[in-house]
Write a protein that binds this ligand. Structure first.
Ligand code: NAP
Length: 259
């Protein structure tokens, strides 16, 4: 049994997930980092960063939409560490092509829903059951599940409906898991990023540079992966232990409704 707590982070090879992995290593966690492949430059670079912060690094290849693959991955993590303290459901994708909702294809809808919603829901279900089983066996065991959704869970973009719908669903999944798991001592939180500079937004950087300079984001800047890493570190540290089900919108003020 690992002495240190263990964090499982999906979509850890780049962007927001990478920052979360480094932030949690600095908080004293060993890191099980998931991405589709363990051989990417992103995964190879992440290992030394996690180790520099004092965490062990366990890279795992998993397409999160392969629900039939989840069991083996969870068993591998438990065989290696004997525990999972924190699950960060972060892996997610945009549609390959932005199309109006009236021409959105079923293929694109299914792809986005399987990766952004069905995969994370069943991965969380599997790990939550292990957390319930582990709870009476471990001292000082305070399991936490975090869902990384998006401001798009509450705001419409007519040219990427499948993304908005998947994130709205994931937001409710976070609420239902928080409700169900509260009696088992497992806390569940939703972190809702705004416009964050990562590979996901690289293709539309010029558009958002302009919109941000014109005041779309009240704090007038891009968000950075570290903004999300810091929020997740605070949750994992136990700063919000009487707040299960809470939504953290980290968006530079996009949440402010203005007249
Ligand atoms: P990113 O830079 O494109 O990184 C996505 C991560 O997910 C990568 O590590 C990728 O790894 C992994 N991934 C993609 N498909 C996967 C799959 N099928 N199975 C397992 N892993 C998969 O994206 P990001 O901007 O950091 O976004 C992270 C999360 O934040 C997503 O859920 C996204 O929707 C959300 N978010 C982002 C923004 C933003 O503005 N960037 C705003 C709101 C919410 P591999 O390619 O190596 O597999």
């Amino acid at each position: 049994m690992n002495d240190k707590p263990v964090a499982v982070i999906t979509g850890a090879s780049r962007g927001i997930g990478r920052s979360i992995a480094i932030a949690l290593a600095a908080e004293g966690y060993d890191i099980a980092a998931i991405a589709r492949s363990v051989d990417s430059a992103g995964m190879e670079n992440l290992g030394p960063e996690v180790e520099k912060k004092g965490g062990q690094f366990f890279p795992i290849g998993l397409d999160i939409s392969c629900t039939a693959c989840h069991k083996e991955v969870v068993m591998n993590i438990l065989e290696r560490y004997g525990r999972i303290d924190v699950l960060i459901n972060n892996a997610g994708v945009s549609p390959l092509q932005r199309d109006d909702i009236l021409i959105m294809t079923e293929e694109s809808y299914d792809r986005v829903m399987n990766i952004n919603l069905k995969g994370p829901v069943f991965f969380a279900q599997k790990i939550a059951k292990e957390m319930i089983w582990l709870k009476p066996q471990l001292n000082n065991y305070n399991p936490v599940i975090v869902f990384i959704t998006s401001v798009s869970s509450m705001r419409s973009s007519t040219n990427r409906a499948e993304y908005c719908i998947s994130k709205a669903g994931l937001s409710m999944a976070s609420t239902v898991f928080a409700d169900r798991l509260s009696k088992d001592g497992i806390l569940v939180f939703e972190v809702r990023p705004g416009i964050i500079q990562t590979d996901m937004t690289a293709k539309i950087k010029d558009k958002y540079d302009k919109l941000i300079s014109e005041g779309l984001v009240p704090q007038k800047r891009w968000g950075f992966p570290d903004d999300i890493g810091k929020a997740v570190a605070s949750i994992s540290r136990g700063d919000w232990n009487f707040s299960t089900g809470m939504v953290f919108e980290i968006s530079g003020g996009l949440n402010i409704s203005k007249l």
